[in-house]
Design a protein around this ligand. Sequence first.
Ligand code: NAP
Length: 296
Amino acid sequence: MTLLDGKVTSQTIKDNIAGELQKYLSEGRRKPHLVAILVGNDGASQTYVASKQKNSQAIGFDSTVYNYDETITEEFLLDKINQINNDEAIDGLIVQLPLPKHISESKVTQAIKPEKDVDGFHDVNMGKLAKGDEDGFIPATPYGIVKILEAYDIQTSGKHCVVVGRSNIVGRPMSILMSANSKYGNCTVTLCHSRTANIEDFTKKADILIVALGKPEFITGDMIKPGAVVIDVGISRVEDPSKKSGFALKGDVHFESASEVSSAITPVPGGVGLMTIAGLLLNTFKSYKQYYLKQN
Ligand code: NAP
């Protein structure tokens, strides 16, 4: 069994970006700049944003985080987004989800200029993804997953890929990517969700199983085809008094039983989460090259 190591793979991607960036900086160009907006004080969201900022800065990007109180109005947030959209010194903007209930996530994601939408949630980028137009931004998690398959040279063409979960940020774009006519696509894809009857009938037929449903350890070894490649996207905080923090991070796959049957598997933590950050950094660098470098 091969452990698909997100730590090593994301580090290689970050080193490559940092190396290429040095060349542009030595030519007198400015640094890429990623801005994150965080509303409220949800612990998990704070951790994700801090990690995105730390990783951005580590490879030589500028990174700004605006952390607003959860009582801000939707109008205030949309104004701020508009201001950032018009700032030519900013390449990427992400708004950490979820947002407080009184703010429309749909309005907010659609307010971000598609050229700066490095999370890839804007309809324009979703449309480009569906059409296979490489100008757009692929949502960071599916992008990171494609990159880890690529790094381990996992063959996808002609394989049966089963994706569990159809969210707009993970499952649905993932299913589109795996079915695309591209080197790390060309799978026959089955997309499962909460209304799928007898889900194990599908998971057991997967050569590549990608799981993103948000239910800790839902997929067990007996639901997996021997030799399958398993990608675990889930991250849930589960109470664990033995940990200093009081919780442990669990994936959607029961790692112990799944690793006995699979040929390759991502761990949690240390798998897809780190690749998501790599995907975000790749998108920000792409925006910098596609829009700033080409015009300056
Ligand atoms: P989400 O928006 O809640 O979507 C969950 C999906 O799973 C839905 O499509 C839902 O079906 C489906 N589902 C729920 N229960 C199911 C069941 N019993 N059987 C089959 N399908 C079921 O979640 P998400 O945003 O995609 O996130 C999924 C997980 O990935 C979470 O643990 C999240 O924390 C994690 N995540 C990790 C990263 C990372 O960087 N590693 C990034 C994003 C998300 P319906 O559509 O029918 O409701």
